[in-house]
Design a protein around this ligand. Sequence first.
Ligand code: NGO
Length: 537
Amino acid sequence: MKRSFLKKKLLLIALLGMGLNSCNNYPPTDLTQNSIIPKPVSVEATGRTFELSEDAIIFVQEGSEELWQLGEYLVGIINPATGFNISQKSFSGAPFGHNIFLTLVDTISPNCAGDEAYELTIDEKWIQISACHPSGIARGIQTLRQLLPARIESGHKQEGPWLLATGTVEDFPMYSYRGAMLDVARHFFSVDDVKRFIDYLALYKMNILHLHLTDDQGWRVEIKSWPNLTLEGASSGVNGGKGGFYTQEEYREIVQYAQERYITIVPEIDLPGHTNAALASYPELNCDGKASAAYHGTKVGFSSLCTKKEVVFDFIDDVVRELAEMTPGPYFHIGGDESRSTSLEDYIPFVNRVQNIVLSHGKRVIGWDEISDAHLLGNAVVQYWSNDKNALKGVAQGAKVIMSPASRAYLDMKYNSSTTLGLNWAGYIEVDYGYDWDLASLVPGINKAQILGVEAPLWTETVTNFKEIEYMTIPRMLGYAEIGWTKPSQRSWDDYKVRLGKQSDRFDVMGINYYSSALVPWNVGSEKAEEMSDGKK
Ligand code: NGO
């Protein structure tokens, strides 16, 4: 009895939702009325509707293992909520039937700008995602996902129909590095938490997850040649947090999960400061040869590896080697920030030597903007977070810059004075303030050609669980995704806030604990979505 009443109620709500929608776009016929984030380069509508039905097949162009895996990923997006049993098959040739096609081509319109360019065509009969590289197909799949009704995000069967407006999306990113950072050192987060975070990045076409793996409060990744790092150094956390670490197997699992979503993991080992956890694990890394005590506070700048000892460089070489072996991406982050207990005289040769170690293990160096004091080698990258002069010094040495200005892009800054989580040393970052700026006009002297992209770091001194990660990250992260992808001339807060508001249905179905800023016109349909998530939130 109760069940059928609930069913009827759901149906009524669904019909009501459709009724509300019919005023604007139901059934959907106008693809330009989409709410895609990041905003695509171009969207053209052809005025009709495609219905995804249970007899659809995902046809994957034959001969590409990567495409086959992407087909599998798309099946995983579609089947749970539709209740369909769609499968994938290899094919070559022109699209037909009511199917979805993933196709690699030599060129697309406007061109194969970068590896992530794609073209999505929704015909009345079929859907096709074409790209020059599998990474373009991966991004196109996320666009298709965003065009499907929000209830596609539900892990269990929902009522259809599954309708999409027809037309074409042509798209490619402005910057090649678009990411977020998760500090797993101050508070530790499980492999499942990291995977969920990766899922959120993927949905908005971010392609980098920087993991801040070590700090004063904890060492979070197993290094087999230096076992005490995790036997001792992983058991602490801020305010007596229980700590934890990733075994090498778990780290590889994270890397692979990210890779399947075309996201690169950037591991960071913060050096020579922010190293108390290492100094507590191995006395020989300290200048006085005595192990330091575990640290549970939140002060910065008090620790330093003994930069004059050879054993310190043996240690770094082992750590970089083991991590580099498990990291297929091109980057290795050496930290380098706030080394207030290391004199500049010691800091410069130290950073120079560490860069060589990283290069010898085949990786490209990234460091916080302070590393520009050293002689930057190879194609080092400077991550700008607070000091314009440092970033400019890096640029003067030919380095590329990742833009992570604390006052605009730190996910741990409070939204406003009533936000309970987070810090405010760099100011408050409301959703509009986090969105409304441009990478290439923030620091005079640093322009587009010198910028690799954008990264939004989430430091976790005050963030203790995944719900809190969500609250600080969503919705600001979507803004950084768009800043990195979409040309400034195509972006405006007034246009963005409407598209952002329409994401709330999706957030609700996904059970995301987001910050519902009063500046955003959140979607009126969200009540319906909440019902469908079974009150998951
Ligand atoms: C700084 C500091 C981190 C803090 C963070 C807090 C950098 C690069 N170093 O950013 O250790 O956790 O601020 O906002």
